[in-house]
Design a protein around this ligand. Structure first.
Ligand SMILES: *[C@@H]1O[C@H](CO)[C@@H](O)[C@H](O)[C@H]1NC(C)=O
Ligand SMILES: *[C@@H]1O[C@H](CO)[C@@H](O)[C@H](O)[C@H]1NC(C)=O
Ligand SMILES: *[C@@H]1O[C@H](CO)[C@@H](O)[C@H](O)[C@H]1NC(C)=O
Ligand SMILES: *[C@@H]1O[C@H](CO)[C@@H](O)[C@H](O)[C@H]1NC(C)=O
Ligand SMILES: *[C@@H]1O[C@H](CO)[C@@H](O)[C@H](O)[C@H]1NC(C)=O
Length: 437
């Protein structure tokens, strides 16, 4: 049985070896060998050296991977194509089995030295070893690249921001006399090509407008192809998590102005709002992009609102302190002063309270001096009179302070309204600008 099997196996191997022709005899092999036998990849592939080699470029943005505002870097994934004509790599296809296109190793042929000027990190692309060559010598090199490029990112309009980053392709060494650049497709097609773009990210591709220019430098003139990638942020997530809560906080803060200015509940209330603001800012500091060069308008508004909040809070504290001081200087007895302090709010609401207190205290004193003479009574009455007068003065001063602080409160309230109005108008205009593109 085993013998039979080995015989069959041998027969099969024999059949296979006779059936497959030798690879050296294939026309593909012949063609490749013929093309590369006398090829020198060191030489720019033109017969007439004065002629420039024209490279046709194309770019298709596939995804926006990262927008790093702090380091002013943009990370994108693009499909890149370069096409050029190699005059030494053409053949007559009727002589080679009608082969019109073959793949050749990139390392074996001449290739242009094109880089992206904005590179700040090593480009990452899969190492693709082959290029396609057709019978008239046209070479196509297609590859996906992950580009990390420097870009001037603006954040003042966050989250309604639009970024304009350019990718400039040029040869690092060859001047325009040796190496010229062209667009592979017409410009309108390039500009509006969003076919390959992944839609579900935070960024939306608006356009990729191409431009050709010649960079003049002391080393010579260089051809440059610029692709201006314009992307726009989808703000919905930020509106929900950032703008709406911030507007609520501001409204709550605005509501605190309806509490009377010398009410101490207002201090507690404002302090809670301040704590709320702080927690909110700490939570969102990761979400709001930060750059050293420019701050977002939202951040400025937060700071202004916090400043107003702190102002009105310190105003409330000052008010309570003044009222306390006045009362203390007006009253000799610390016991009464303490009791008066606990009723600061009521005293303003019911101005008759101090009088009642004043009436109450001589009565108590009378108990202490039970068996007094008429003269003593006269003195007592006089002291009551004095006491009432100072109380009146204190009350008068209190009213003046209150009036002043009421004015200040009104002023703060108005500036709060103005800031809130500005905030709304700015947000609306940013949104209008954002949606107009
Ligand atoms: C190669 O193929 C041709 C026909 O295409 C044949 O005539 C020739 O004998 C073959 N040579 C070898 C070495 O197989
Ligand atoms: C290609 O080869 C065929 C057959 O030898 C010949 O007839 C034709 O003229 C050649 N074409 C060119 C462009 O040289
Ligand atoms: C080779 O490719 C170029 C560009 O795609 C095209 O213009 C040319 O006609 C092709 N040549 C042949 C023989 O197919
Ligand atoms: C992007 O910037 C380039 C120059 O840097 C400018 O020519 C182009 O108009 C800008 N595009 C938009 C949409 O702002
Ligand atoms: C993204 O949306 C555009 C139109 O808005 C569409 O043409 C394109 O095919 C979409 N891309 C993907 C990858 O779905």
């Amino acid at each position: 049985m085993r013998l039979l099997w080995s015989c069959l196996l041998l027969a099969a191997i024999g059949f296979l070896t006779t059936a497959t022709p030798h690879p050296r005899n294939s026309s593909l092999h012949r063609l490749t060998k013929q093309l590369l036998q006398y090829y020198h990849k060191e030489v720019r592939p033109v017969h007439n050296w004065a002629e420039a080699t024209t490279i046709y470029l194309d770019l298709c943005v596939h995804a926006v991977l990262d927008v790093d505002v702090q380091n002013q870097k943009l990370k994108t994934s693009v499909w890149y194509r370069e096409v050029w004509n190699d005059e030494f790599l053409s053949w007559n296809s009727s002589l080679f089995d009608e082969i019109r296109e073959i793949s050749l190793p990139l390392s074996a042929i001449w290739a242009p030295d094109i880089i992206i000027n904005e590179f700040v990190d090593t480009e990452r692309s899969p190492d693709l070893p082959y290029v396609y060559v057709n019978s008239s010598g046209t070479i196509s090199n297609y590859k996906p690249i992950q580009v990390v490029s420097a870009c001037n990112l603006q954040t003042y309009a966050f989250p309604f921001d639009i970024q304009n980053c350019s990718l400039t392709f040029s040869s690092i060494l060859h001047t325009v006399e040796d190496l010229d650049l062209r667009f592979l497709r017409n410009r309108e097609d390039i500009k509006h090509d969003k076919q390959a773009f992944l839609n579900d990210s935070e960024w939306e591709l608006l356009s990729v407008s191409p431009a050709y220019n010649i960079l003049q430098s002391s080393a010579g003139d260089f051809a440059q192809l610029q692709f201006n990638v314009v992307i726009r942020r989808c703000p919905l997530a930020y509106v929900v998590s950032l703008l709406i809560p911030s507007i609520f906080l501001m409204l709550v803060d605005l509501g605190s102005f309806y509490l009377p200015p010398n009410c101490r509940a207002r201090i507690v209330f404002k302090t809670s709002v301040l704590v709320g603001y702080t927690v909110f800012r700490v939570n969102l500091s990761d979400e709001v992009p930060r750059s050293a060069g420019c701050t977002s308008l939202i951040g400025v508004f937060f700071t202004v609102c916090m400043a107003l909040l702190v102002l009105s809070l310190s105003k409330s504290i000052l008010l309570v302190k003044f009222l306390y001081d006045e009362r203390r200087s007006g009253q000799e007895r610390p016991l009464l002063c303490l009791r008066g302090d606990s009723d600061v709010d009521e005293s303003r609401l019911h101005p008759r309270t101090p009088h009642e207190e004043a009436k109450e205290s001589p009565v108590r004193q009378e108990h202490q001096v039970q068996s007094g003479t008429l003269k003593e009574v006269w003195f007592q009455l006089q002291s009551i009179n004095n006491y009432l007068r100072t109380q009146d003065q204190v009350y008068q001063q209190e009213v003046e302070w209150l009036a002043l602080l009421y004015h200040f409160d009104q002023l703060l309230f108005r500036s709060y309204l103005v800031v809130l109005g500005l905030y709304t108008v700015t947000l609306c205009s940013l949104w209008a600008l954002w949606s107009s593109l």
